[in-house]
Ligand binder design. Structure first.
Ligand SMILES: Nc1ncnc2c1ncn2[C@@H]1O[C@H](COP(=O)(O)OP(=O)(O)OP(=O)(O)O)[C@@H](O)[C@H]1O
Ligand SMILES: [Mg+2]
Length: 238
């Protein structure tokens, strides 16, 4: 579904993405682990067409989309849930969910249930500062689920989510992959990464290891906690 080859991007003289290769398959959740500042959000942006790489290619469903705009990619079925969701002041949650597709009420309600929000309480709430950070993230994820994207790039969908609500979010993501979406799941959470089919560890703008979730989680803890290579151009892995 998605293939990234030799991606490079330098920002302010710093190689933020530094020769990155990655593959995400249809119907699979691919996890991405990496310490702060390693380039995960920058990669998510490049995949969505927010900025363009200096080198390398992004192939989606066999087509080179490296130079496609964000709206072209959105039309192809790629969507991104932001680490810090934007606020659409003035819309109700019901209206916000309908931005993705023309949903009927039952569908809108089912997507809210999927992220653990009661429709009776939330459908008519405004998408604004009155929502808590975690509620806002859950509304954002509900809208991604509602889009039924071919590729969902989720940048820390679990950050700021309490432990009770986390399983709801994770179930929603698993459900999306079962329905055929490919998911790139960026997360810092061990619980979050458990739902992935495969996991890559990212360091200083490149993938340095890929494997099964449990194995990669352990590898990440063993190798990345004490590593001081972050942001060091040319670092070739642990
Ligand atoms: N526009 C920019 N100009 C200069 N440096 C940037 C720019 N955008 C990002 N960076 C730098 O690139 C690096 C990667 O940032 P990025 O946001 O991709 O990290 P991340 O892996 O998502 O981190 P986190 O886990 O904290 O979300 C950081 O050092 C950041 O300061
Ligand atoms: Mg980030």
């Amino acid at each position: 579904m998605l293939e990234v080859k030799g991606l490079k991007l330098t920002l302010n003289g710093k190689p933020v993405i530094n020769g990155l290769n990655l593959e995400v398959k249809k119907g699979k959740i691919h996890g991405l682990l990496g310490v702060n500042g390693t380039g995960k959000t920058t990669l998510a942006n490049l995949l969505m067409g927010i900025g363009y790489p200096d080198e390398g290619s992004i192939i989606f469903e066999g087509r080179d989309i490296t130079k496609c705009t964000i709206s072209e990619r959105a039309r192809m079925g790629i969507t991104l849930a932001w680490q810090e969701p934007a606020k659409f002041e003035g819309l109700s949650i019901k209206e916000y969910l309908k931005l993705s597709r023309n949903l009927d009420s039952n569908e809108s309600e089912s997507y809210l249930w999927m992220v653990g929000l009661s429709p009776a309480e939330y459908l008519n709430r405004a998408v604004d500062v009155s929502l808590s950070g975690g509620e806002r993230k859950r509304v954002e994820l509900a809208s991604v689920l509602a889009m039924k994207p071919k590729l969902a790039i989720l940048d820390e969908p679990d950050s700021g989510i309490d432990v009770i609500s986390l399983p709801h979010i994770m179930n929603g993501i698993v459900e999306m992959s079962k329905q055929g979406s490919a998911v790139l799941l960026i997360t810092h959470s061990e619980t979050g990464i458990e739902i992935a089919n495969g996991v890559s560890v990212m360091c200083a703008g490149k993938i340095i290891n890929t494997g099964a979730p449990e194995e990669m989680c352990q590898w990440f803890k063993n190798n990345c906690r004490t590593c001081d290579h972050i942001g060091e151009p040319g670092y070739e892995g642990a």
